[in-house]
Design a protein around this ligand. Structure first.
Ligand code: MG
Length: 392
């Protein structure tokens, strides 16, 4: 596929925190990585700066108004080729000159581009949770059919990937994803009823957007990651576990049938998994300092109290149900978290909305992406309808 010696990268979601860290990695390895396309929802001024710095020929904008503004501006290099809407992002994902597509756009927007990249035989570096949660079955089938490589960018999945590589799936007994425990790791159950938006946005170790920070506080983020991991590594639900690890140094552990456990360790920064995914199977000096074992370092592991974190229990139920249940869990959680961030929902109502929606919308075995998206829309409607009852 690659005729040039550099890996040519399409970055969908260039303006978020994954995008920014990806640019740091690409900037550090100009001899190995080349950016050929960037896309974002609407932040065209930020895209223009990236296009100039990295001499990127293709630019995608999901939002029509932003696309019109970008086209009229003189902020982009001369000759920039613009791509608009979902069709534009999908075109970028199968750009003939690209080798690897990194998908870091939020929500369901990344679904079609991800499938298009795999179908075109590109390697897919995956940072968007929704893709495997909603369409794991279709994405994994597309990757198998074309022999395309699926490289997880999320720190935990990247860690499992690194530990599992070269081993037979049959030799893996369990995987354990670590969770920092989020903002309320040490809060007693009683205090969780008074949680404010400001409390939920204080993440101890990672700096991320508000949605994922709240998901870390409820552990819905870990629930979604378990669902993803099950799909990605072809495991049974009972093989996928999570543990609290406050230091965020060990990102995942893989247990083998002989009783050995391998772990992946690095500082809590996304540049490590991003670089691994983009350079795989090669390695090169990282953009940040590695761990220093000459300094005192303690690593702690604690079981997760599912009474305080019901989103994790619900995630395990959803994995056992299969079908569209993970999509319903994801959609209801998105609606509930948005309402919480708006000040329209108490913190403890988030798992209630998700649990109610899971009982309202039956899970089906989807035969197409369109069917999954229809269930996703139903689950959003059912979740929204519950909000007035919780009005704060
Ligand atoms: Mg993660």
């Amino acid at each position: 596929m690659a005729t040039s010696s550099r890996t040519r990268i399409v970055l969908l979601g260039a303006t978020g925190s994954i995008g920014e860290n990806t640019l740091r990695v690409i900037a550090a390895h100009p001899d190995k990585l080349e950016l050929v396309a960037i896309a974002a929802r609407g932040q065209w001024e930020k895209l223009a700066a990236i296009a100039r710095n990295f001499r990127v020929p293709h630019v995608g904008l999901f939002d029509d108004d932003a696309l019109a503004a970008a086209r009229q501006s003189d902020a982009f290099p001369a000759g920039t080729r613009f791509h608009g809407g979902l069709a534009g992002l999908t075109d970028l994902a199968r750009l003939p000159e690209a080798d690897t597509v990194l998908v870091a756009v939020v929500g369901t927007t990344g679904l079609e581009p991800s499938l298009a990249a795999l179908t075109a035989g590109k390697h897919l570096a995956l940072a968007s949770k929704e893709i495997l949660v909603l369409a794991g079955k279709f994405v994994m089938a597309a990757a198998r059919t074309r022999g395309a490589r699926l490289l997880p960018v999320d720190s935990e999945h990247n860690a499992v990937f690194q530990c599992i590589e070269g081993h037979a799936t049959a030799d893996v007994s369990r995987i354990t994803l670590t969770a920092s425990g989020g903002a309320f790791r040490d809060w007693p159950a009683e205090r969780l009823a008074q949680v404010t938006v400001a409390d939920a946005l204080k993440h101890p170790n990672w700096s991320m957007g508000p949605k994922i920070t709240v998901d870390s506080a409820t552990l819905a983020n870990k629930g979604l990651e378990l669902i993803e991991a099950q799909q990605l590594f072809g495991l049974r639900p009972d093989q996928c576990h999570a543990v609290i690890h406050p230091q965020s140094i060990v990102h995942a552990l893989v247990g083998f049938t002989d009783g050995s456990t391998l772990a992946q360790l690095c500082p809590p920064s996304m540049t490590f998994p991003i670089q691994h995914a983009l350079l795989h199977p090669a390695r090169a000096p990282g953009v940040e300092h590695p761990l220093d074992f000459t300094q005192l370092l303690s690593l702690e592991f604690r079981p997760i109290d599912e009474r305080r974190f019901p989103m994790l229990r619900l995630a395990r139920e959803v994995m056992n149900t299969g079908g569209t249940a993970p999509a319903i869990y994801n959609a209801a959680n998105e609606v509930a978290v948005a309402a919480f961030l708006d000040g329209r929902l108490p913190f403890l109502a988030i798992p209630q909305i998700v649990s109610n929606t899971l009982s309202l919308i039956p899970s089906v075995e989807p035969s197409s992406l369109a069917e999954v998206l229809a269930v996703d829309a139903d689950a959003r409607r059912a979740s929204l309808a519950q909000l007035p009852a919780f009005n704060v």
